[in-house]
Design a protein around this ligand. Structure first.
Ligand code: NAI
Length: 337
């Protein structure tokens, strides 16, 4: 199948080309994101392969259809960047990679808690500068902390499993209870009640209209003082302005994020010689108790291999049978969350 791969980085090209030796699709790699403007590049390609910040809105989809594209294969687990309703109306099939390595995200999440909680990132910079002063590097321990996990699907469950060795008290909120997670954590029916008990809160749920700004001024009002919030899911789960207010008031004592609400104009590119125009992001960067990474939780050797394999397998299945286990339907997002 002819596939136009958008938002390609060197690591994507390397993993897709290697894995494609087994599948034999005709891949063309584009560095640019897929937007209404760049959709023309996909003309004549049956499928587009996209990533988190490509813009699969109605306009892009209309242009893709005009160029003969009939499949959108996102090489991500989340699919909030795709207007599923428009895709369905225009007869496009959307496939994704539901689980390429929950461990990649889980281990990174715990890495963020340890790094910010123990100030490892600041210590690294000090020592590089031959500054061995410890003042200001006092940390917190995970042991005996109460940790609330929002979303106990593949990644949330793995986080609970990985955290279970730390001796923390584990709580969970998810409208759908998971029997394995229930062995490790106490489920709450009311998310606001759960957060009121937490020292650390970590988010592992999709971004949907229902979960948009899950952490908002009201949620923050229910927190204990100095809570640690970690977000490795999607930026839109946090109301960033409310979080900034929470950091200023001390309600939020630590914030570690791998995703940002308006990351599309920033992440996955080198802007070190540019003036960043996003004042909200710049404000976040000023806090000593905020750690931001650029959407890298997925980036491991195993995850890249699995992403390439499942994406190419999805396309082969559709080509051979017209069906695929990893199809995402508009109903899924409307009905579930
Ligand atoms: P999953 O579909 O296995 O689990 C998601 C869980 O969230 C489900 O159990 C669902 O019932 C639950 N949920 C839905 N609405 C909820 C709500 N309002 N409150 C609490 N729970 C709710 O998804 P998985 O694989 O665990 O991934 C979770 C998210 O992680 C993805 O949607 C994606 O946005 C993000 N992700 C981030 C990556 C990164 O590199 N930073 C990489 C991969 C995924």
């Amino acid at each position: 199948m002819k596939v136009a791969v958008f938002a390609t980085k060197g690591y994507d090209k390397a993993s897709f080309e290697k894995m494609n030796e087994q599948f034999g699709h005709e891949l063309s790699f584009y560095e640019s994101k897929l937007t209404p403007k760049t959709a023309v590049l996909a003309a004549g390609y049956e499928a587009v392969c996209v990533f988190v910040n490509d813009q699969l809105n109605r306009e892009t989809i209309t242009r893709l259809v005009a160029g003969g594209t009939r499949i959108i294969a996102t090489r991500t687990a989340g699919y909030n960047q795709i207007d599923l309703q428009a895709a369905e109306e225009m007869g496009l099939t959307v496939v994704r990679v539901p689980a390429y390595s929950p461990n990649a995200i889980s281990e990174f999440t715990i890495g963020l808690i340890l790094t910010l909680g123990r100030q490892i990132h600041r210590a690294y910079n000090r020592v590089r500068d031959n500054n061995f002063e410890l003042d200001g590097l006092q940390g917190i321990e995970i042991h005996n902390k109460t940790i609330g996990v929002f979303g106990t699907g593949r990644i949330g469950l793995t986080v609970l499993q990985n955290l279970s060795g730390f001796g923390a008290k584990l709580l969970a909120y998810d409208p759908y209870h998971n029997a394995e997670a229930a062995k490790l954590a106490t489920y709450f029916d009311d998310p606001l009640e759960m957060v009121s008990h937490c020292d650390i809160i970590t988010l592992h749920l999709p971004l949907t209209p229902q979960t948009h700004h899950l952490i908002n001024a009201n949620t923050i009002a229910h927190l204990k003082d100095g809570v640690f919030i970690v977000n490795t899911s999607r930026g839109g789960l946090l109301d960033t302005q409310a979080v900034i207010d929470g950091l200023k008031s001390g309600k939020i004592g630590y914030l570690a994020i791998d995703v940002y609400e308006i990351e599309g104009d920033l992440f996955f590119q080198d802007l070190s010689n540019e003036v960043v125009q996003d004042d909200t992001f710049s404000r976040l960067q000023t806090f000593p108790n905020v750690l931001v990474t650029g959407h890298q939780a997925f980036l491991t050797d195993r995850a890249l291999r699995n992403i390439a394999e499942t994406t190419l397998q999805n396309l082969t299945q559709l080509e051979e049978t017209g069906e695929c286990d990893n199809v995402v339907r508009f109903e899924a997002i409307r009905g579930n969350n």
